[in-house]
Write a protein that binds this ligand. Structure first.
Ligand code: NDP
Length: 254
């Protein structure tokens, strides 16, 4: 493997990696040599994900916590400190989406989407960065979206959060670059995961995605791995504050 893309000796924490895009990214980082810390809320699903990657010979630990629970996030990092485990690569991936017109949306649902998709990236990022700054090295990858740049009816709090991820990434780059930390984002297009289950099985929506995407198909979770490994590896050492869209070209066309 080229040293540019070698993650041997590095440890990666991927939030929301019990399934979907987070799981695929975690597996890709492990294939590039990283030890993994998987995370999710549902402990059974998390355990199954960790066991499936352990069975492939990867170094994996499961750390269940809710990214919205600040005390649990702080405790998780303290438990890693106590074990002498340092997070070299953080992927802020955990996210949720509710599809509802704004006039029907409760403030609590608005807040939950903002918290899970945006505030959590700040809180987990802050705890990781404190330690990365002390070691003068680290890679932070925030998962944004096409909707970091494009509005779409019925998912406004999600698009506000993902737009925020873009500026949070730039802010992290601005503040932490001098400490040897790179902060970048990935903006996936429409991907085949549980989050989109209802949309994938809706023929009209499926046709809309295929018609609107220059590559005429949905993205597969493993298609994010290239961007994730690049942003986690020495290959991206002078890339900072960027968002890489992995969307079949959707953001580039009207
Ligand atoms: P899924 O719904 O398939 O998986 C979500 C993951 O996040 C699960 O592992 C889930 O854990 C975890 N999670 C949810 N809430 C929390 C929480 N409060 N604390 C910790 N973990 C949590 O989503 P995707 O894989 O599709 O999405 C992953 C990320 O990619 C999200 O940020 C999403 O916004 C973004 N994205 C997705 C796109 C897509 O088309 N799918 C497009 C653009 C961006 P558990 O199993 O315990 O519920």
């Amino acid at each position: 493997m080229s040293a540019l893309f070698d993650l041997t000796g590095k440890t990666a924490l991927v939030t929301g990696s019990s399934r979907g895009l987070g799981f695929a990214i975690a597996q890709g980082l492990a294939e590039a040599g990283a030890a993994l810390i998987l995370n999710g809320v549902n402990e059974e699903r998390l355990k199954a994900a960790a066991e499936s990657l352990s069975a492939k010979g990867f170094s994996v630990r499961a750390l269940a916590f809710d990214v919205n629970d600040e005390a649990a996030v702080v405790a998780a990092f303290e438990s890693l400190d106590a074990e002498g485990v340092a997070v070299d690569i953080l992927v802020n991936n955990a996210g949720i989406q509710y599809r509802k017109p704004m006039v029907e949306l409760s403030t609590a649902d608005w807040q939950r989407v903002i918290d899970t998709n945006l505030t959590s990236a700040f809180v987990v990022g802050r705890e990781a960065a404190k330690r990365m700054i002390a070691r003068k090295a680290g890679k932070v990858i925030n998962i944004g979206s096409l909707t970091s740049d494009l509005a779409r009816a019925t998912v406004t709090p999600y698009t506000v959060a993902k737009g925020g991820i873009k500026m949070l990434t730039k802010g992290m780059a601005a503040e932490w670059g001098e400490h040897g930390i790179n902060a970048n984002a990935i903006g996936p297009g429409y991907m085949l995961t549980d989050m989109n289950e209802a949309l994938i099985s809706n023929p009209q929506f499926d046709a809309w995605v295929k018609g609107r995407t220059p590559q005429r198909r949905w993205g597969k979770p493993e298609e994010l791995v290239g961007a994730a490994v690049f942003l986690a590896a020495p290959a991206s050492n002078y890339v900072n504050g960027q968002i890489i869209y992995v969307d079949g070209g959707m953001i580039s066309v009207l």
